[in-house]
Design a protein around this ligand. Sequence first.
Ligand code: ZN
Length: 420
Amino acid sequence: MPMNTTQIFTLAFSAALLINLIVKIWLNTRQNISVFSHRDAVPVDFAQAVSLEAHQKAADYTLAKSQMAFWELVLDTLLLISWTLLGGLTELNKFIGFFISDFITQEICLVVVFALVNGFFHLPLSLVQTFHLEEKFGFNKMTFGLWVSDLFKGIAVGSLLGLPFLWLILKLMNVGGAYWWAIAWFSLVTYQLFVMWIAPNVIMPLFNKFTPLEDDLLKEKVTELMTRVGLSAKGFYVMDGSKRSAHSNAFFTGMGSNKRVVFFDTLLEQLSLDEMEAVLAHELGHFKLRHIPKLMISSFLVSLVGLAVLGFLSGQTWFYAGLGVMPNLTAPNDGLALILFLEIVPLITFLFSPLTSARSRKFEFQADAFAKLHANPLSLKSALLKLYKDNSSTLTPDPLFVKFYHSHPPAAQRLAKLEA
Ligand SMILES: [Zn+2]
């Protein structure tokens, strides 16, 4: 008996899910083997800078994180199958339809309940990650109270920013005609730019305190560096990253004249003046070389294609039925279509992650080269070594794992290029 479109789609979905699982578990296993088999000796190039104890801590930390990633994969897969082929979404949709008659309200409720249930099932993992894994390796600085307040603030900010936008998208899907997805794309781009614009002044201060940088020597050095590369910032700030984690970072945010340089307080403690300058030069390199707009343009193009595909899929019965979901026969199914689409997109984008990761690693090399020109390469080298050590990043990752997952090149490659 020949298969119909619905059955073919079910088969394609199952195959994609299985391929994703196999590739992810295979990569994880390779990474574990690579890290474990190098655990007993510091790589020759790092023998002077990294102690065996620090190297073994990094190995154990990497292996522990890999184990967490495995459980997260199991959870995500179980949730995905339960929502789709096992009928979870159909039941939830029926249940909501029973209480609410207005289409848009019904669909918004569906998306919100779906997101909350998914979030609820991820809570135990998040707790274990913060209060067991990060704690065990001495990185966690968060209290349980702060964790709870972050959770509720996150939900509040997400609702405030997300719900009006969700309403707009569902409305467009419903009444926007055959090319709703083009208007939706335009709204999405505008909305993302808006969020980026308000993030440094409105969203980030809700979660962290930003105090003006008081270290005059550092301020002077940083201002000189910025003048040298032809940039100006509205201010230099220190962020209290230490209230959550001992991991550290520096970044450059904002758009137009609203630019600011932000240092984690943890970074200020770890690095010398020259090292800070070198790290900032690297960040400014990203900015000067327009890496952020370049990444944004690609992501906008991908979302345009994505929305066009969603526009097509949402009108096909086999799209719902093939994923085990009964669409409404007398009401719009845009909420369902949106959820299903967002659930299957990662199965496809994961297979392209070597391309996006490669691009990101290329940008890191370019930013390093920029820093090499405008600051002392030896300072960048020693700063990177400190950061690798203090963040317990593995020095011996599996090369194929790097290709899929790492946005930054392995330490050995970065340092070699800085020395060249
Ligand atoms: Zn970078």
